[in-house]
Design a protein. Structure first.
Ligand code: SF4
Length: 571
């Protein structure tokens, strides 16, 4: 019955595996052959996919599968003590299903709740603002076998805090307004409006959205696609979660407009597995859009037909890279492709594909509804419009803020109530760690470019340990395809441990810099190219701090190999 629910196509692999995981608590070995036959894959392909995605397992994960978010902000809030308390109370070992099959406890990368951590997922449902006391109660509920439906409802409440609203978050265009206006104008004029606005990709790279749409429109191909990257995995960012929860129509509308402009019939929204709890809400939005003639055959009575599917990811940060995302959508491991060809000419199933971030698509719909002039008038010449920031860490009011591009870091810090700030991680671990000397720099593509994470650390925080955690994150999430990243991230993680533990010497700092440079130049995708950023930024902006942590003359090497657990289990 499970197999019959899924079409006999390779692209059905991940949905089928997730379906099995949810229904059976794992994807048992006994099913692998049947899945391979059903989809026309080899057994090795099925097993490789199960091994690749963190949220899939061939072994049972227990009646309650707890995944504790292990991001820097969770740790700032006491996440490690909560993990230790839970494991002790449950008599469980991290990453191992308890022998009675009741429960397993895992550590996972940031789950997109940095504004309300420490956080966790239990059987995919989000738990926010965990405390030691709550963890103890949670363990008791698990021991008594209480169904999740009977757990305190407040534990599962996810706030969507808009701390500062600009045109995007405060404007409420009518459903279909952008699409109607685009269709009244025609494809070329709608594309011209996006180009006139100067909209750039909000995932961080800042590629011109209008140019991307034009390239996909003009590329040769029988079928075209629009994919929405909702795999918001950069630790510290959560603004796409908020947009999907509060403005899903705007995101879907952006996809429809992109589909209309490039001549696509199909859109796919790739939703990170950590946000599976948003699925019912998103599906209800799609149903409503269908009912109103905004999706499906002959949209608004015209000859334009367009539909949108949602596919869940399964816990792999690298799938946020656009070609890895396409691989995942096509039913393979999320391993980044070689480029060229670029997705605009050969993307999903080989067709010309526009792949845009959630926020980019929301802005595109906003621009089509309100016109390009208002957008262009804000921001800077090279970075028009506004940007959503996910602000977390040592601030009085964590949440999502909408600013015009060009705002300084100092102004952002004032707006969110930060005090005694030592450093800010702008753009997450793959972005840049800045010190007070940089606080007059601007959030803009031409200065500090960011996908949206803005994590603040006050003077009490140990930046060496924070860089260590980020470095372990990359080592954990590397897909292992290319040697510079696979080996380099492990070397850096070990070096970061040595530095944090006072076991590093001056030569180790030079080795970090050499390894980081090599990874930047030779890694296949952005993960490897940026994995050294936390340590390199620490060394360049906080050199005296690093030197103060070097081992003294009396240091004697011991038998420890330098490796400390990074908090998560290895793949
Ligand atoms: Fe995979 Fe890292 Fe190479 Fe990217 S850089 S392809 S994540 S091994």
């Amino acid at each position: 019955a499970l197999l019959a629910r899924h079409p006999r196509r390779t692209e059905a692999l991940l949905p089928l595996l997730l379906d099995a995981q949810q229904a059976l608590g794992c994807v048992p070995q006994s099913l692998h052959g049947g899945i391979a036959d059903h989809l026309g894959l080899t057994l090795a392909q099925v097993r490789a996919a199960i091994a690749f995605y963190h949220f899939l397992s061939a072994e049972p994960l227990g009646d309650y599968c707890l995944r504790l978010s292990d991001s820097v902000t969770d740790r700032l809030g006491g996440g490690e003590a909560i993990r230790d308390g839970l494991l002790a109370r449950l008599g469980a070992q991290q990453g191992v299903t308890r022998s009675d099959g009741r429960v397993s406890v895992h550590m996972t990368s940031c789950i997109g709740l940095a504004d309300q951590g420490p956080a966790a997922l239990v059987n995919g449902q989000p738990l926010t603002r965990l405390t030691l006391a709550r963890a103890r109660r949670l363990a008791d509920l698990v021991e008594r076998g209480v169904p999740l439906a009977d757990w305190p409802r407040g534990w599962f409440s996810v706030a969507q805090p808009v701390r500062l609203a600009g045109p995007l978050l405060s404007g409420r265009p009518r459903r279909g307004e952008a699409l109607r206006r685009a269709m009244r104008q025609g494809r070329d004029a709608a594309l011209h409006e996006i180009r006139l606005a100067g909209l750039r990709g909000c995932g961080g790279a800042g590629f011109s959205t209008g140019l991307k749409w034009r390239l996909a429109k003009e590329a040769v191909g029988a079928a075209r696609y629009v994919t929405c990257n909702a795999d918001e995995g950069e630790p510290g960012t959560f603004k796409d979660r908020l947009l999907l929860a509060r403005r899903p129509d705007l995101v879907f509308e952006g996809m429809s407009v992109a589909g209309y402009v490039i001549g696509a019939k199909r859109g796919l929204l790739y939703l990170r597995g950590e946000y599976a709890y948003l699925m019912p809400h998103l599906r209800a939005t799609l149903r409503r859009r269908h009912a109103e003639g905004l999706l499906g055959n002959r949209v608004l009575g015209t000859d334009f037909s367009f539909d949108i599917d949602i596919q869940l990811g399964a816990g792999a940060y690298v799938c946020g890279e656009e070609t890895a995302l396409l691989e995942s959508l096509e039913g393979r491991r999320g391993i980044p492709r070689l480029r060229p060809p670029y997705p605009v000419s050969a993307g999903y199933l080989g067709g010309p594909t526009v792949n845009n971030n959630v926020e980019t698509l929301a802005w595109a719909a906003h621009i089509l509804a309100r016109g390009a002039a208002g957008f262009r008038a804000r921001g800077t010449a090279q970075s028009p419009g506004g940007k959503l920031l996910s602000i977390a860490g040592d601030v009085a009011a964590p949440g999502v803020y909408e600013f015009d591009f060009g705002i300084t870091v100092r102004e952002v810090l004032m707006a969110c109530g930060a005090a005694d700030t030592q450093a800010v991680q702008v753009g997450g671990p793959s972005g840049v760690l800045i010190s007070a000397a940089d606080f007059d720099r601007r959030i803009a593509f031409e200065d500090l470019s960011t996908g949206g994470a803005f994590t603040v650390f006050d003077a009490s925080r140990d930046l060496v340990d924070i860089a260590r955690q980020f470095t372990h994150f990359f080592a954990f999430e590397s897909c292992g395809l290319c040697t510079p990243c696979r080996v380099g991230t492990q070397l850096l993680a070990r070096a970061a441990d040595q530095l944090a533990d006072g076991r590093a010497g001056g030569a180790d700092l030079r080795r970090i810099e050499e390894t980081g440079r090599l990874m930047r130049q030779t890694s296949h995708c952005g993960l490897g190219q940026t994995a050294a950023n936390p340590l390199l930024d620490l060394l360049s902006r906080f050199r005296p701090l690093c030197e103060s942590r070097l081992r003294g003359d009396g240091f004697a090497p011991d038998a420890v190999d330098g490796r400390r657990p990074c908090g998560r289990e290895a793949r």
